[in-house]
Write a new protein. Structure first.
Ligand SMILES: Nc1ncnc2c1ncn2[C@@H]1O[C@H](COP(=O)(O)OP(=O)(O)OP(=O)(O)O)[C@@H](O)[C@H]1O
Ligand SMILES: [Mg+2]
Lengths: 404, 231
């Protein structure tokens, strides 16, 4: 029986095409906005979670705070090899590793450019760094402890002609006027900072750039994921004592991946709630449009309602027929809205990738979202059709049949 | 002794229009037996339509008692009345009252939908009924694509959809010329004779009323004369 009511509704909707279209516009704008927002929001959360998984929840990051050191030393605050040693001694830590970053002139044949150079440590530390930064080799090999003037390069040098033409394995490049041989290419990450970097052994970097002691970032892997907060505090305390600074005057930061990525999510949530508010208003307007159309339909079809009642339709049948009709108006509007919404979020993703160059904004699609949105728009339609449908159902059969 | 199928006892129907009260029925007494063909005649405004609407459970009285197969219908809910209309009563109206957006077939199937008959069964039955009223070749036509007489035959088929016990026809030939009117009447008579259906027909036409076994004359909302057609 319900199936027949859906058929009735479809036939009426297609009979009154123009009016149905106009009514649906009201709904699909709202649904498109909602779907687009959810799609982007979910996509963003997923992207962040992916980053998270890559880094691992058992990691801590220690960096020097910007600014200068104590008076008299006239040095920029830095972390050092000794700091790394001290951190390795903190209990509850499995391992720690550090890297140095340098910006350097890079030459290949006649071409010159400036690119970030990152150090790769030896042994266990190299494995920890590779895990945390997800340094996956696509071609060639990773650096070895025995490597001196070998380099691995980001995919950008192979795909984007960053140095005149695309580099290949065994090509020779000059970094800070020293010759290096390319031994490996990293997998694409979508993060332009990473994909356009060059990685060389730590000892070589220290020698070439004359940096005997400094470390830019120390990464810590905890032995136990559960008490990250406690371990972060321990690291802070021990390092403070070791560096001989007062509490709350630390010249360094200890951050968890959550803290690193969390602020993104907060901003997104605010933007999302504002936009969802706007979308809700447009859905309300759309719903009122449906109610209006349905009131008109009830008046126009008064006689039809009388006929149906005279051949045995109960009040609840008439109620259902009209609710299904308004729900279907909503759902059809919703269908268009869902398609437009996904289209919208896909274009935002496209723009983000190709214009801004970030991988963090991606459209999220799921059947749950798709059918959820359809169901939701059906519900909106049905809700706003409820009053007109009740009016239709309560018509007296004889009165309704008299209607001209 | 024939079994009573519908009995109206001292039935009143009062319409209030502002301060004015119109008594469409004023203590109407009427009994319809199973298998009877009853004609109801009377001047315009005498309450014929009001009376047959009561018989068909389409309307409820202001006062009085209506018994349908030993059940007092004043005690029934709206949905129970609708079910009675759907299962036991078939209506034929002067204005045909077909749904314009539906084909003849869909119109005939409509009462079966509300009884929850599945698609296969109701299609089969609707086609049979349309063939019965000699419209087997018009099943997919919309009402606007049919003549008046054809539309009324679709309405007859629809009235028979759920195999009702009583067919109520309120001036079924009122909108038809006399030839097509006679044709429609022939179908009603066939129903009565072959299928033993109880038929209550309102008519202005004394010629048409002759096919009925009994004629009730209504005036000012009460029966003023009753006539048995012995043949
Ligand atoms: N909904 C209504 N509101 C007010 N008065 C009504 C209503 N329905 C019927 N009446 C009045 O009740 C009386 C009986 O009406 P009814 O339609 O039963 O007459 P009828 O015998 O069928 O007439 P006709 O032969 O013209 O169809 C009339 O006076 C009519 O004006
Ligand atoms: Mg009448």
């Amino acid at each position: 029986m319900l199936k027949d009511y859906f058929k009735f509704a479809l036939s009426t909707i297609s009979h009154r095409k123009l009016r149905s279209w106009l009514t649906m516009i009201g709904i699909f704008i709202g649904i498109a906005a909602v779907v687009g927002l959810i799609s982007l929001g979910q996509g963003f959360k997923q992207a962040i979670n992916k980053e998270f998984e890559k880094i691992g929840v058992d990691k801590l990051f220690i960096t020097a705070k910007g600014g200068f050191g104590p008076p008299g030393t006239n040095a920029v605050v830095k972390l050092t090899k000794d700091d790394l040693k001290a951190i390795k001694k903190v209990s509850g830590i499995e391992n720690a590793a550090g890297f140095i970053l340098a910006n350097s002139k890079v030459e290949f044949e006649d071409e010159v450019g400036f690119f970030p150079i990152q150090s790769i440590p030896k042994g266990e530390e190299r494995r920890l760094l590779a895990e945390t930064q997800s340094l996956e080799i696509q071609e060639g090999r990773n650096l070895r402890d025995s490597d001196g003037f070998s380099a691995i390069i980001g995919i950008g040098f192979v795909e984007k002609e960053l140095l005149g033409r695309n580099l290949r394995l065994r090509n020779k490049i000059k970094i800070n006027d020293k010759d290096f041989t390319i031994v490996g290419v990293l997998e694409k990450t979508g993060d332009p900072g990473r994909d356009n970097s060059i990685f060389i052994p730590e000892d070589t970097l220290r020698e070439v750039f004359n940096e005997p002691d400094k470390i830019d970032t120390i990464m810590v892997k905890a032995a136990n994921v559960e008490n990250m907060q406690i371990i972060a505090e321990k690291v802070t305390n021990d390092l403070r004592r070791f560096r001989n600074v007062k509490k709350d005057e630390e010249d360094f930061d200890v951050q968890t991946p959550e803290q690193l990525l969390g602020s993104f999510g907060d901003i997104l949530n605010i933007v999302q709630s504002v936009l969802i508010g706007i979308a809700a208003i447009s859905l309300l307007v759309g719903g009122i449009g449906i109610a209006n159309t349905m009131y008109t339909a009830v008046i126009e079809r008064t006689k039809e309602i009388g006929i149906m009642k005279s051949v045995g339709a109960q009040n609840k049948d008439i109620l259902l027929i009209f609710i299904i009709e308004s729900g279907l108006l909503g759902a059809l509007g919703g269908l268009i809205g869902v398609v437009i919404g996904f289209g919208l979020s896909k274009s935002v993703e496209f723009i983000a990738k190709n214009v801004i160059g970030t991988n963090l904004i991606e459209a999220y699609f799921s059947y749950t979202l798709f059918f959820g949105a359809l169901l939701f728009s059906f519900f909106i339609g049905a809700l706003f059709g409820l009053m007109p449908a009740r009016q239709a159902a309560s018509l007296q059969p004889v009165e309704a049949l008299r209607f001209k | 002794m024939k079994r009573s199928i519908i009995k109206l006892e001292n039935v009143w129907k009062t319409y209030k229009m502002g301060d004015v009260e119109v008594n469409a029925l004023q203590g109407l007494n009427l009994n319809i037996n199973e298998g009877e063909f009853v004609a109801i005649m009377g001047p315009s405004g005498s309450g014929k339509s009001t009376a047959v609407n009561m018989i068909g459970c389409l309307d409820v009285p202001t006062k009085g008692k209506i018994t349908l197969e030993q059940h007092d219908i004043s005690k029934l809910s709206e949905s129970e009345l609708a079910q009675i209309r759907g299962r036991k009563i078939g209506f034929i109206f002067q204005q045909f009252n077909l749904i314009p957006t539906m084909t003849a077939l869909e119109n005939v199937m409509l009462p079966m939908i509300f009884q929850g008959l599945n698609e296969e069964k109701r299609t089969e039955r609707a086609i049979k009924l349309l063939e019965l009223v000699e419209l087997g070749d018009r099943i997919n036509h919309k009402p606007t694509e049919l003549s008046g007489g054809q539309q009324q035959r679709v309405a007859i088929a629809r009235a028979l959809a759920n195999n009702p016990e009583v067919v109520i026809a309120d001036e079924p030939t009122g909108n038809l010329d006399s030839k097509t009117g006679t044709n429609v009447l022939d179908f009603l008579q066939k129903l009565h004779k072959k299928e033993n259906k109880t038929i209550v027909m309102v008519t202005h036409d004394a010629n048409l009323s002759r096919v009925a076994e009994r004629i009730e004359f209504l005036k000012d909302g009460i029966i003023v004369k009753s006539l048995d057609n012995e043949r």
